[in-house]
Design a protein around this ligand. Structure first.
Ligand SMILES: NC(=O)c1ccc[n+]([C@@H]2O[C@H](COP(=O)([O-])OP(=O)(O)OC[C@H]3O[C@@H](n4cnc5c(N)ncnc54)[C@H](O)[C@@H]3O)[C@@H](O)[C@H]2O)c1
Length: 253
């Protein structure tokens, strides 16, 4: 590592969850290109294996995890520490939309429970599994992919918006609690980004969501990766409990 460049993350061990697709997948590739050691985690293990084959990078390690299960999340973090050593940073890109497009009065409560379980409960368990080790080592970077839906709320997206708002509240609380430990805990709140998830919106929702972005375009996974790489580097040392914006001007706060 070049000690004068605080954005240098080469040699850092970084967990990327949700790494089999979209934002997480492209982030894993970007971090590898910057010399990081990446533990890519997802429930879609066949897609992870494909990523490993295509990347052919010895610094990429893959781990199965199911964010619905507390034991699976804790075991995943434990295995990474056992096999690869101390974790410098973790970016949680696991997230599901759930059944979207329903009016609030028609939201399926079982589906709400599932979205909550994966997007918020899983995120808390994942954070818990990381905090102790990072605090003991007096360094760590944790970043959760929230969403503009959590900052502003989007119609016909109740479960998703509520859990992403919960995620923002969670990082605000934990960020303050661990502010003196060398560990930062932040969220990133993008507007629509071109990935398989954004392709799953209905035409009506897509038109609405796009129309709310002043830059009049979708964001790219590369734009997410570039900002993320800075947030999880030693350079970003005076910001915690914050929801970073990446919304093409939609949220100016
Ligand atoms: N794409 C967007 O427009 C957008 C905008 C704002 C925020 N986000 C957030 O960014 C993150 C990544 O989104 P994306 O667009 O890359 O989505 P994606 O659907 O392409 O990828 C999500 C990944 O999460 C994994 N996953 C789902 N359930 C899981 C579980 N139970 N256990 C483990 N892994 C599981 C999937 O297998 C997939 O690889 C999500 O949290 C999403 O809410 C996305």
């Amino acid at each position: 590592m070049n000690s004068s460049d605080l954005t240098d993350i080469s040699g850092h061990l970084i967990i990327v969850t949700g790494a089999a697709s979209g934002i997480g997948k492209d982030l894993a590739k970007h971090l590898l290109s910057r010399g990081a050691i990446v533990a890519a985690c997802d429930k879609n293990e066949s897609a992870l294996k494909e990523l490993k084959t295509i990347s052919a990078n010895p610094n990429l390690y893959i781990f199965g995890v199911d964010f619905q299960s507390e034991a699976s999340i804790r075991d995943c973090v434990f295995r990474i520490e056992e096999e690869l050593g101390s974790i410098h940073a973790a970016v949680n890109c696991v997230g599901i939309l759930g059944k979207n497009g329903n009016k609030a009065e028609d939201v399926d409560i079982e589906d709400f429970d599932l979205v909550y379980r994966i997007n918020l409960r899983g995120a808390l368990i994942f954070t818990q599994a990381l905090l102790k080790g990072m605090a003991e080592r007096e360094y760590g970077r944790i970043l959760h992919l929230a969403s503009i839906s959590g900052k502003e709320g989007n119609p016909l997206l109740v479960s998703y918006s509520a859990t992403k708002a919960g995620l923002i509240g969670m990082v605000k609380s934990i960020g303050k609690e661990y502010a003196n430990t060398g560990v930062t805990v932040n969220a990133l709140a993008p507007a629509l980004i071109e990935t398989p998830m954004s392709e799953s919106f209905s035409e009506t929702q897509l038109t609405y969501l796009k129309s709310r972005i002043p830059m009049n375009r979708l964001g790219t996974t590369n734009e997410v990766a570039l900002l993320t790489a800075w947030i999880i580097s030693p350079a970003c040392s005076f910001t915690t409990g914050f929801a970073f914006d990446l919304s093409g001007g939609r949220a100016t706060y």
